[in-house]
Design a protein around this ligand. Structure first.
Ligand SMILES: [Zn+2]
Length: 277
């Protein structure tokens, strides 16, 4: 009995060892395969203080903020058009009867949604280039949720006015309400920033000597062999301050986890380090 048990345990240990070796070999193979020879472009010139840096990020974000506001104004204009068509205040030759009338206000609502989504993406991009400060909790919330607020304004007035309309049939009102509620949900969710960044988080990353980034990305990396950099041959390198100026306002999450792990292995407690100025 005892020998049988021992041989079973031995067998299991052998299998486990084989599995570990196979995994190691596979990892080595993929590491070789994904190794990219990067070319580096050193980027210099950085702001010398916090105010200067914030002026640069504000300037970077400005075109996106203007674009967002223009799109949102167009979204509300489309909503007003949808309302006016629905209540027959605006009429075209093809909207006097169905299906022209129904198609016309649905198209207006779809355009409303499209402008809202584009505007909100531009707004989110602006908030990542130039994050709001957490010092004022309300303003931080407002800036990060403005897209969702605009989404409410882009559909709720339509829903209310449709429900109050005395001329339209019950069926038309129901279709209009469903379409607008779906658009409100889609618009609200796509406008919401699930991963907002604060100005304090951005400034915390300032002062790192060498970081890496790509032209297209929105983050910078602490390691040039980061798995997210495998696809790009051309890497920019400079200080984290320069990276922020170039619109890469946050450290890549993978690099952050790796840095924490390495610090832990080296016995450095990151919470003991003074915050970067
Ligand atoms: Zn990374």
């Amino acid at each position: 009995m005892a020998t049988q048990k021992n041989s079973a345990a031995e067998e299991a240990a052998k299998k486990a060892l084989a599995a570990v070796n196979a995994k190691k070999a596979a990892e080595k193979k993929t590491a070789e395969k994904t190794k990219v020879e990067h070319t580096y472009t050193q980027v210099g010139q950085q702001s010398s203080n916090k105010e200067e840096l914030l002026a640069v990020t504000r300037k970077n974000a400005l075109p996106f903020r203007i674009g967002a506001i223009v799109c949102w104004v167009l979204a509300i204009a489309c909503e007003i058009m949808a309302i006016l068509i629905f209540v027959h205040k605006v009429e075209f030759s093809f909207t006097t009867e169905n299906p022209g009338w129904t198609i016309a206000w649905i198209v207006a609502l779809v355009l409303d949604l499209a402008f809202l989504i584009v505007g909100s993406q531009l707004w989110k991009k602006a908030n990542h280039l130039d994050p709001a400060s957490k010092k004022n909790e309300f303003l931080f919330w407002l800036q990060n949720n403005l897209g969702v607020i605009v989404a409410a304004f882009a559909f709720i007035p339509f829903i209310i006015l449709v429900l109050l309309d005395k001329n339209a049939s019950k069926q038309s009102k129901m279709i209009a309400t469903i379409v607008a509620v779906v658009a409100l949900l889609v618009g609200g969710l796509t406008s919401y920033d699930f991963n907002p960044i604060s100005q304090e988080e951005m400034l915390d990353a300032v002062g790192v000597e060498t970081v890496y980034w790509t032209a297209s990305g929105t983050v910078f990396h602490a390691y040039d062999d980061c798995s997210h950099l495998n696809h790009s041959v051309e890497l920019m390198t400079g200080t984290s301050t320069t990276a922020i100026e170039k619109g890469k306002t946050r450290l890549c999450k993978t690099c952050e986890a790796r840095a924490e792990k390495e610090a832990e292995a080296a016995g450095i407690d990151l919470t003991d380090l003074p915050a970067a100025q």
